[in-house]
Every structure is written in structure tokens, then in C-alpha cells.
Design a protein around this ligand. Sequence first.
Ligand code: NAP
Length: 815
Amino acid sequence: MSVLEIFETMDYGPAPESPAAANAWLEDHQRKFGLFINNQWVMPEKADMYPSFNPATGEQLAETTQAGQAEVDAAVAAARTAFKHWSTTPGSVRARYMYALARNIQKHHRLLAVLESLDNGKPIRESRDIDVPLLARHFYYYAGWAQLMESELHEYQPVGVVGQIIPWNFPLLMLAWKIAPAIAMGNTVVLKPASYTRLSALLFAEVVAEAGLPPGVVNIITGSSKAGTMLVKHPDVDKIAFTGSTEVGRILRRQTAGTGKKLSLELGGKSPFVVFEDADLDGAVEGVVDAIWFNQGQVCCAGSRLLVQENVADQFIAKLKTRMGHMRVGDPLDKSIDMGAIVDQTQWDTVDKWVKTGVQEGGMLFQPEIRLPEQGLFYPPTLITHLNPAAATVQEEIFGPVLVSLTFRSPEEAVALANNTRYGLAASVWSDNINLALDVASKIKAGSVWVNCTNQFDAASGFGGYRESGFGREGGREGLFEYLRPAWKARPRPDFTLPEPGDQKPSWGTAVPARPLIPAGNGAKSDGQPTVDRTPKMYIGGRQARPDGHYTRAVVDPKGHLVGQVGDGNRKDIRNAVEAAHAAHTAKPGWAMRHGYNRSQILYFIAENLDARREEFARRISSMTGRTQKSAREEVDLAVTRLFSYAAWADKYGGTVQETTLHGITVAVNEPIGVIGIACPEDDPLLGFVSLMAPAIARGNTVVMIPSEKYPLSATDFYQVLDTSDVPPGVVNIVTGDRDHLVLTLIQHEDVDAVWYFGPPEGCYHVEYESAVNMKRTWVNYGEPRDWASQAQGEGHDFLHEATQVKNIWVPTGE
Ligand code: NAP
């Protein structure tokens, strides 16, 4: 195009970025790469190679190695050796290494950005101005946490060797989210980039070596999903951190089940972009452009579901279509384009298939008449309107430049539509009414909510999902806990042989018939006049309930004498309990909506009423367990103290203001998880029960408690304490019976958001395995004992962390 033509059309002229430096780097390696292990390039003798292409041109950029088992083993061994030294290196020294690394990233900023755009197809404007600056920012930010670890996190230790698997949409940024917090906390890593985009991670490896990090701290292996599986299954890997699709996340949840490996999953999304009638509509249109066409829509948190208030919908859609007509799709290395290329032909085909599905589902398709390059994997910005909220195109993640739109009438309807998804990664809310915007932001179930802005990221704020968008956070202080374990606790090594794939369906969780009666002559003794019979029941929705199956279970003391009988709960009882817990959670105002002050008052009241019945509870513990009255009394006293602790925490764990780079306020809110199913430990019948129930309800969750199977009578006595302590119906529900059978129903229930299980290793395996169905959060002990009487093990941050999930709300300020 000549200058005169540009002047006449007033179109942008091309502003190409040179690929020369990136090509020179590729040439230096003869466009052939091995694996980066121990700060060295390792080229296996007989490895298969895999080509990397530039999606904008189809040109082959380089070949990379397909790691096999030997290479994965070598990388893990290198990380293990390095861990010995790195984990004991003072935090202040690790901080210096990380600082040097951050500086090195800045030195090679342009090279990293250009290579990223060549390999992935993303606009250079984005890789240069967003991805690489954030890459450096993460290493600076977490260098700070390395520096502060000893003083601020002394109750914790590093996890060990971490396997990290990342997707192709933000190769460098995802790598930063994973590596920076891990090595800051003294872990060592083996990272596998996605197959489509391997090159920038390999360049990063050289930046690591140049910064002088000790060998083995950061290892990068390339390979297919098979190499990913090898890493996940490697026995010497202590944690897996994964970002990718929910489908693969599910596989990983199952593969790591019962192994004692920590797991964090950052998965897919279908995030709502909500526009109210009073929003600045022109601003919101620009917001949509950033929300869905940033990185060609290949963004996990893309605002891909537009929800517009009905009375401004036509006007808004018209403005949006006009704006779409001015979008520029083209060469990723051209600084004046808005959208680059889709990463690969397979992904392009998937996007196109979804668009066709949307049309088949009755949607109206709009694609502006704009120029696309004749070659390369380009796809126009796409809008589909008039779809049904249940349409697959509205529900499923497309992961491309495709926006679907719906309308709503009221804020309640907006919230209902926003939450009408199995995901919960992010949301964007647009309104000039700050009360409305913040109210809606608090009601949407998502890990990040942006008010009058979108796609804001910073190292100082955690990112991660609710529901099937995964669990764990990356970024901020909250992101550190994915790479730490309590100082008192070594990695669990469960003593349990995992079933082989294809094994027959296990019988775990099938109901075992209860022993209802004790043979004659072996029953409870009575002196003289018989005592008045007391029949413990279940406790569901604030009422005593008989078991649905009308069976009972005998409770015996260590000598085999009958001390009581409890209901033998079944699936129906659990379903009733979950229904009650769910109703108590979602009621208006539900338990979660109450002030922390109110919840703390109720917890104090429970403590007060338990203390008033101290002797009776001690007698009960003693009669079931055979322990002395003194020891039983100590257990009751500790339970009262624990209730006091969580009464204290009920209004002191709300969240924090994050110091991000946003001009405005970023608030991290520790929200309750929802309905938690809790299987209590066998021993410490009262203390175990209270230590798990109290943190959960203190933080606004409602619970279904399965008490100790052996000693359930402390829990069935406890409902009388609850009854007299102003606990609203449904907040605490108690179902007695066969623990594993009841837990299986809980874990499979769609309305249960998390399951805590303190039982044998086999049960822990099944709980983690089954949780993959809807990616519930789980907390299990892998069969390892915990000293419930100890303050370090029986209460504190660990419990509060498990009882909450962090939502970050971003509110820009100023004109
Ligand atoms: P993907 O297919 O799940 O792959 C992600 C990574 O996992 C790749 O490195 C892949 O290797 C590897 N992998 C695939 N199957 C595996 C297996 N069975 N075992 C071990 N590793 C395996 O996802 P993607 O298509 O690359 O990325 C898109 C997805 O990532 C979207 O769903 C998006 O929403 C999500 N995402 C989430 C976040 C977040 O923070 N929540 C951020 C970005 C992206 P290969 O490439 O070699 O197959």
C-alpha cells in the first residue's frame, strides 16, 4: 500500500516487527532442540522430533524433542538432587537468584516477545506489552516472597519436586505463574510446555541458565501428552500443577488420586460479561473487544458470554457490530493489528465447528466484512446472537474469537444467567451504579471479577477457579500455599496399592450391613430401675430424623458392651441432608450472608452450651472409648477451646486488599465454598468432630457431618447443643452410619462443593478419584494420623484455607 493510498483510506499502515533476532537464535540452535535438564541441553540419541510451526505463515520454525520415560526420569532426578540444596538455601539468597532472573527477562524482553508471537500467532503488541512484562513482574514479585519466607511463612516448608504442565495460549505467562512461586518457596520444577508452543519455554531455559540459577532447579522437557502422563505418574514428583482443559484436569485428578501428591488445577471457563443499562456503553464495547478478542479469544477467562440488559441490547449490539467492522486481523508481527492467528489448524477447525453448531442451534451469526490474510490460520471476530441459554454454544468453552450473547431483565436474572454454567473462572460487570456492580460481583461464582474492566492480571493477585474451572490459586500470597505444606507434615506416602486401570469396579462404598443388636446377656447394664431409653437420631434441617431405612447400628465399648444405638443412614438420608445444607446456604439471607459477628456469636453460644454439659459429654466419651473420665474431660475442654478459636476466626479471615498494578482497588475476598461433606476421624469422637465442623461453619459453609463410625454418640448428643445455640436449620446436619457408603453418596452429589475425609488410605483414594466428576475440592489425610489435641495440627490456617476460596474483585478508580 502506498503512502497516498494510506492517506486516502485513512487506514493504518503496516508496522512490522523484525523476526531477525528470533531467527538468529533459532539458527544458533540449528533449529533443533533437546531438553533442558540440569542447566544443559540434553539430546537423547534416538528421540522422536516434533515440528513447531508459525501459525500465521505455516513456515516450520524448529524441531523439538519428544521426551520419553528415560528423559522424564532424568529431569525428575535432577530436580530431586537440586531440591536438597535449593530447599535449604536461605530465602534471601533465592531472592537474589530470582531477581537476577527477572532482570534477565527484561534484558531479553523483545526476543522473548517476538519468539512468542512467531510460535503462537498472538499479536506482538500483546506479547511485548502484556505477556513478557508480566513474566518479569512475576519473578520480581515472588523474589520478594522468597526474601520474606522465613519471617512470614515459618510454619511451612516447600513441597518438593513439582511437575508443571501448561497450555499453549500464554506459554510464557503460564510458565511464570507456575515457576516463580514454586522456586521462591524452595521447590524445584520440571515443566512441560504444550506441544504447539514449545519454543519460548526453551528460550526461557537459556535465560535461567544465564541468570546463574543452580542446575536442576528449573528443568524444561518437551513432549506429548504421554510425557505429561509420565510426569504426573512419577513417584518422585510431590506435586502437580496443571493449567489446561477441564477434560485433561479430570484425568489428572484421577491419576493422582490417593498418592499423596498435591494438585492444583487451573482449567477452562465460559465467563460472563454483564452489561447493565446504565453502563457506559461505548466503554463496555471496548471492554468486549478486550474480553473476547484478546489473544484471538484463546483465553481461559475470555468474556465469551455477553449478557446485556434487554432495554439496551439492540443499541449495544449495533455499536458492537460497528466496532467489529473496524477490527484488524493479520500478521502477528504487525504492531497495528488487533488479532493474530489461531494457534493450529486443529484448533481452527474446532472453532469453526462450534460456529456452525451455533447456527444449527438457531443462533444468528455475525462476522464483519473485514480483510483476512489469504494464507495462515486467521479467523474473523464472530458474534452469535439469539441463542437459548441452554444451547451447547452458550455452555461450552469454544476457546476462539467467538462471542455468544443473551439478554436479561433484572439484576437477579443477570446473576442467575451468569452462574448458569459449570465453570467459575472469571466475570466482568459493567454498570455506573457502584452499589449494583459490587452486589452483582459478590454474587457471581467466579475466582476473578472485574468491575468496569476486564482481563486484568497481576502477580500480586491470585487467579483461579470455582467449580469445574478447577482449584488452587496462582498469584498473590494465596498462590504460595500451592507450593507449601505445613512444617510438621512430611509428604504423605499412603500405604495402599492403587488399583490398575481397568480393574473391576471396586466395592468400596457399598453399604455393609450394620450390627444392630448385641447378643443377649451382653447388653447395657442397669442398676435397679431401668434408665429411660434415649434413641439418638440423625439431625437434618434442624430436626431430629429417623433413618430412612429404619435400621440401627449398635455402638459398643472396648469390652463389647452395648452403649447405644444410632441410625444407619443411607443414600436417601444423605440426599435429605445435602438438600437441607444447600437450602441453608442459598436461603435469603443464607448462612454465608450473615455477618461474621453473627456467626461468631453462634459459635460462642455452642461453646457455652457444650461447656455447661461438660460432665455428661465426658461420660459419653469415656463410656464409648473406655478412656478415663479425666482424659475425656480434657477432650471436651479442648473442643470448647476450639469453638472459641473459630468464633474468633469468624470475623477475622475476610480477605485483603491486594497491591496490584491496577489504578484502583483489588480486593481478595475469602468466600465460603458452599456445602461441605465431612467424614470425621474415628478417634477423638468429639474433638475431631468439632475441629472440622467449626472452621467450616465459621467461614460461612453449611455442612453434612458423618461422625466417627465407631464412636458416633458424641455427635448425636451434640445436636442438642446445636438446638439450643441458635444455629439455623440446615447449617449443620449429622448423618450416622457406614462412613464410606455415606461419603460415596456425598462425593457423587452435584450440590456438594467439597468433601473432607479423615479415614484410611483406600477411602482417600476413592474420594479423590470420584471427585473428578465435577471437580469438587477435597481434603483428605491419606490415612495418616493427626494429633487433634495439638494446636499446630488441630486448628489454624490450614483449616481456614480449606474452608474458603479466594475471589479477587478488581475495581478501577478515576475518570
Ligand atoms: P490441554 O489439551 O488440556 O493441554 C494442556 C497441557 O496438558 C498441554 O501441555 C498438554 O500437552 C498436556 N496434556 C494433554 N493431555 C495430557 C494428559 N493426559 N496428561 C498430562 N498432560 C496432558 O489444554 P490446551 O488445549 O493446551 O489449553 C487450553 C485449555 O487451557 C482451555 O480449556 C483453557 O481454558 C485452559 N486454560 C486455563 C487457564 C487457567 O488459568 N485457568 C489458563 C490458560 C488456559 P500437549 O500439548 O503435548 O498435548
